[in-house]
Design a protein around this ligand. Structure first.
Ligand code: SAM
Length: 255
């Protein structure tokens, strides 16, 4: 088993990228364990492998999880052919890579705060055989203007001391998503689309603050992708008055 893992990693990383992405082993109380993990993503045509952080995670971990799979399913709705695409909060790069495969002529940029995520994303895109540029950026601070398509799966868990950066969506969980809608619409070209995948805390009385925020925008689609994600968060801390976290995929057009 150890040999298979080593060979698989060698195949992914190659000699050139090895030194950059290699945080392969971490020391844990005198014991070395793998610092990265390989996940297989199968979307109906072909398997793709992605490097990301191993468990247990820490504040700097590179996310790739159940949300990633639902996010990519949602991105299948992307249309029409975009010339420029930005994946903001790209993590290990799955969204950007998926879009680059779907639209091979598009110029695709992945942005993330976490340099470790960008290093792994670069390896993942190389393995997937697509051209994607990855850049360190606080949301859109390094983004160009006049983008045709913005995609995002940002963190959406309400902040608390023990919430890692990859999961921390702000005080209520929705703050980062609202900034992405607001700042993203300013970055889009006229007629451009913003596709955001996020989680919304639905109050016990059924209030949905995201729908409320979107009411004056041109929303082409509001799709519930999971009615009750991360149920273990419910009933404590910020989620004491919350019934569930609804995961949605929303497509907004810039008029
Ligand atoms: C939940 S992960 C999702 C990663 C990826 N989109 C996916 O679906 O696998 C969220 C990502 O947002 C990044 N992030 C958090 N705050 C950010 C910010 N202000 N600007 C850019 N990236 C940010 C984190 O580093 C993390 O990689």
């Amino acid at each position: 088993m150890a040999d298979v893992t080593r060979n698989t990693l060698r195949e992914f990383l190659g000699d050139t990228t090895l030194s950059k992405a290699l945080d392969l082993f971490v020391e844990d109380e005198g014991v070395y364990r793998a610092g990265i993990r390989v996940s297989n993503l199968y979307l109906g045509e072909e398997n793709l492998y992605y490097l990301h952080s191993a468990f247990p995670t820490n504040s700097d971990s590179v996310f790739f999880g159940p949300d990633t799979y639902l996010y990519l399913e949602f991105l299948k709705a992307a249309h029409p052919k975009p010339r420029t695409v930005v994946d903001v909060c790209c993590g290990a790069g799955a969204g950007a890579i998926h879009i680059a495969r779907q639209f091979p002529n598009a110029k695709v940029l992945g942005l993330d705060l976490n340099q470790k995520a960008l290093d792994l994303a670069a390896v993942n895109s190389q393995h997937a055989g697509v051209q994607v540029e990855f850049k360190q950026s606080d949301l859109f601070s390094e983004s160009p203007d006049d983008i045709d398509l913005i995609i995002s799966n940002p963190p959406y868990i309400a902040s608390a001391e023990d919430v890692a950066v990859y999961a921390n969506g702000g005080a209520s969980g929705l703050e980062l998503s609202l900034r992405i809608v607001d700042e993203g619409l300013r970055k889009l070209a006229a007629g451009g689309l913003l596709m955001i995948y996020t989680g919304v805390a639905i109050s016990l009385s059924g209030k949905n603050p995201f729908r409320e925020y979107l009411k004056d925008l041109e929303v082409l689609e509001y799709r519930i992708l999971h009615p009750d994600m991360w149920p273990e968060e419910i009933g404590k801390g910020t989620y004491v008055d919350v019934g569930r976290i609804e995961v949605v995929g929303v497509i907004i057009r810039k008029s």
